[in-house]
Design a binder for this molecule. Sequence first.
Ligand code: UDP
Ligand code: MG
Length: 302
Amino acid sequence: MISVIVPAHNEEESIDFFLPAITPVMEKITKDYEIIFINDGSNDKTANKLRELEKKNSYVRFLDFTRNFGKDAAISAGLDHCKGNLAVIIDADLEHPPETILEFYEKLQDPNVYQATGIRSGTSQSFLKKILRKVFHSSMKKYSSINFPPNATDFCMIRREVIDTINSMKEKERFIRGLLSWHGYKTEYVDFEVGKRSAGTSSFSASAITNYARKGFISFSTTPLKIWIGLGGLIALISFAYISYVILKHLFIGTDVPGFVTVVCMIGFFGGINLIVLGVIGEYIAELFKEAKGRPLYIIKK
Ligand code: UDP
Ligand code: MG
């Protein structure tokens, strides 16, 4: 069986376009498939629409969140509940073209390949989103333990081994794209042209993306905690040299060193650095706090 996992947040109009587009593609591969929609706390009629669809269409399953838990939680719920030995993760708005699933399936005919991931091209996104994406990818590549190609998406097809591996990861702050690379199973990449959003608007503003990227980076990198060691060492060294110079000058030449303005500037500068470092440590403590509470990743109504 193949499970298609579709997170949906305010997609009441897109669903009408999505189902007729995905059905023929799945039928080409197999009749043994399920489409799991996860309503991620939509404010529109997405839930009603999906409930109706589940009644009418025997291939459709519907998970209804109590509120918005985020796209990664929605995908996680789909992975937890899917029955397939293969799963597809795909957006509801047709920006991920369903035909690409055929190419994913082709790649997975090789028994050594466990995952086929879509690489986006020709993105219709705003300049700001493109820049944010670039900065995020290059810093992930440089400073984190995982490495995925630029423009890799969470549009993919994965084997049961990968589904089970991701389900076994209990972290609450889930960055699915990172987890899909971290597992280390052999992955093939497939280029796809980003489709036009079928209806509605994107749920991710530039600030939401920045926030998302920050969390993703923090869950896969400890570099922000470590860079201060180098900087602290350098500053300590310079200070030591300067103090030695001041003491020697005082002993041998005997002049007082004036420096009220210098001292005030130094206190301000190092006060600032201290606060930045505390903020960075705070980010990690906040993540630890969230994990320690052990609240569920999502809550399903029924
Ligand atoms: N989505 C979700 N929960 C959210 C935000 C988005 O399930 O809090 C879903 C959304 O319905 C869509 C997919 O995630 O199927 C991608 O979201 P969107 O198209 O809004 O983002 P973009 O494509 O602009 O990155
Ligand atoms: Mg989209």
